[in-house]
Write a protein that binds this ligand. Structure first.
Ligand code: IPE
Ligand code: IPE
Ligand code: MG
Length: 232
């Protein structure tokens, strides 16, 4: 079982277009898919789940869509807080939330605080997230702390990332048929297994998740070794 699964939830817009619905409808349905996957991962005992919720690049979308996405996030958090507490899930944000619309930011702060003792699973929401920015930020923080060059190690560097203290993702899943990382977890995904499916995010059910898991289980992770070394 992977310790950490990271998902790029893509294809809400195309899911909606295929049905003659609005992009907003697609995002709404995407939220329902996310709820089911969160609960499923927790039941499977996956300790860390990261969902790519809003990239730094997504600010370039039409204003109305951006506004809708943050309204949806706020409503999702408000309606799910009780369930997160019941499931002992801890919510964490990866990214800089200072520039988010105030209602969404305040709700995020509230839910993070309320769920901070959740010990069954960490649910990371990558929000206003950019992998390159995260790396630059870590470098700046190390410099500010006066860390000596020889002390800049993978460990000290990782400790300045948003995912500090969490294992690297074992598996990165992307829905909708696109096969790229889109600036997601660039440092952490160095040795992640990648799984791509053409299913659009709103149709990504727990059964689809299990397919990804089965695929992952069948793989041999080598980390640079030969096949026989890695299996020995
Ligand atoms: C993913 O779906 C949700 C976000 C990026 C917020 P998209 O909105 O990217 O859907 P497509 O790619 O246009 O189908
Ligand atoms: C990546 O999806 C970001 C999220 C899922 C939040 P995009 O749809 O924004 O990625 P690109 O633009 O196709 O690379
Ligand atoms: Mg997309």
């Amino acid at each position: 079982m992977p310790k950490h699964v990271a998902i790029i939830m893509d294809g809400n817009g195309r899911w909606a277009a295929k049905r003659g619905l609005s992009r907003s409808d697609g995002h709404k349905q995407g939220t329902e898919a996310a709820k089911a996957i969160v609960t499923h991962c927790r039941e499977l005992g996956i300790g860390h789940l990261t969902l790519y919720t809003f990239s730094k690049e997504n600010w370039g979308r039409p204003k109305d869509e951006v506004r809708f996405l943050f309204d949806l996030l706020r409503m999702f958090l408000n309606s799910e807080l009780k369930s997160l507490l019941e499931q002992s899930i801890r919510l964490k944000v990866l990214g800089d939330i200072s520039s988010l619309p105030a209602p969404a930011r305040m709700t995020l702060e509230h839910v993070q605080k309320k769920t901070e003792n959740g010990d069954a699973m960490v649910l990371n929401l990558a929000l206003n997230y950019s992998g390159r920015d995260e790396i630059l930020r870590a470098a700046r923080r190390l410099i500010e702390q006066g860390v000596r060059p020889e002390d800049v190690t993978e460990e000290t560097f990782s400790s300045q990332l948003y995912t500090c203290g969490q294992p690297d993702p074992d598996l990165v899943i992307r829905t909708s048929g696109e096969q790229r990382l889109s600036n997601y977890l660039l440092f952490q995904a160095a040795y992640s297994e990648l799984y791509f499916t053409t299913v659009y995010w709103p149709d990504f059910t727990p059964e689809e998740f299990d397919k990804a898991l089965a695929d992952f289980t069948g793989r041999q992770r080598r980390f640079g070794l030969t096949g026989s070394q890695a299996s020995g």
